[in-house]
Design a protein around this ligand. Structure first.
Ligand code: ZN
Ligand code: ZN
Length: 304
């Protein structure tokens, strides 16, 4: 008996799509199918161990949708699922027991698109995770320790881990959460005016210094009112400010004021909301129908 190839026999069977439970096979024989595109759904595995020895096997399956199932240990335990139509994708087998140290369990899966993957041994994983590839066939053997069935360069297990979600790429076109720079630009940059006195974004330093405060007000007001805000005028270059009859040194020339219209709200309602929400100065132009927001100071002020 000493030259017997198998000292501990593996006896296993598979549950295959459409076929159901297949006949038991032993010691490395194919237990499923190949070339038929039928998914392996479950398997059973038991060991025939020489009298007096204690060698047992832990079995675990990775199943479509469910992931890794709890390990099973009994001879008749089903590893995988039956009747759910779920593909078995990967397995893990490991010997345990008083005499397990003398032996090694070897197993390999035949996987859709990959064919026979490499032999894996005790505690390792075989098959694929995260690739939605069904295992179709399986071979299992137990040898005395000291041999390896692995083929160099052949992969026995692959896990695809989705890369972590990227931080949203800052959108250079957006000034805030809701407003694009184009909406805030000087009228010189707006095709309907095309004044050409500036490129739309004059006073770069003041823009960096002052615009974020005002844009934050606009974003918060946008969320508070839950309504679209139309920015009719924010930055104005000197020439544009003159053209529209703005007072010299207007907050509009230093990225500190915005004129807005909020459909559904009166200029007064918008002014009160902006002032209460952010403390900013808010002048409302009842006759012209817009609200002018600026730094704190003037409170809510009717400009007629
Ligand atoms: Zn301009
Ligand atoms: Zn204004």
């Amino acid at each position: 008996m000493s030259n017997k190839l198998f000292d501990v026999n593996t006896v296993y069977s598979t549950h295959v799509q459409n076929d159901g439970w297949k006949p038991e096979v032993r010691n490395g024989v194919d237990a499923g199918t190949t070339g038929q595109s039928k998914r392996l759904e479950a398997f059973k595995l038991k060991l025939e161990v020489p009298d007096g020895l204690e060698v047992k096997v832990m079995k675990r399956a990775h199943v479509e949708e469910f992931g890794w199932l709890d390990p099973v240990y009994g001879d008749d335990d089903i590893c995988g699922t039956v009747g759910l139509g779920k593909e078995l994708q990967a397995i893990q087998l490991q010997l345990y027991g008083k005499d397990a140290g003398q032996y090694e369990i070897w197993f390999q899966l035949h996987v859709r698109n990959k064919g026979w993957m490499n032999w894996m041994s005790g505690g390792e994983l075989a098959g694929t995770v995260g690739l939605a590839l069904q295992a179709e066939d399986i071979r299992i053997m137990v040898f005395k320790k000291g041999v390896s069935l692995k083929t160099d360069g052949v992969v026995g297990f692959v896990e695809y881990v989705a890369p972590p979600a990227q931080d949203p790429v800052a959108n250079a076109n957006m000034a805030g959460k809701y407003f694009s720079w184009a909406e805030l630009a000087c009228d010189c940059a707006k095709p309907e005016y095309g004044f050409g006195w500036c490129d739309g974004y004059p006073e770069q330093d003041l823009k960096n210094q002052n615009a974020p405060y005002l844009i934050d007000i606009l974003d918060r007001l946008r969320e508070y009112l839950g309504a679209m805000i139309i920015v009719t005028s924010m930055i104005r270059c000197g020439d544009c400010n003159d053209h529209w009859g703005g007072i010299s040194g207007s907050y509009h020339t230093s990225w500190q004021a915005a004129d807005i219209v909020v459909p559904g709200f009166t200029p007064y309602e918008v002014a009160v909301a902006a002032n209460e929400l952010t403390g900013c100065g808010a002048r409302y132009y009842r006759s012209s129908g817009f609200t002018h927001l600026e730094p704190p100071g003037c409170g809510v002020y009717c400009q007629e």
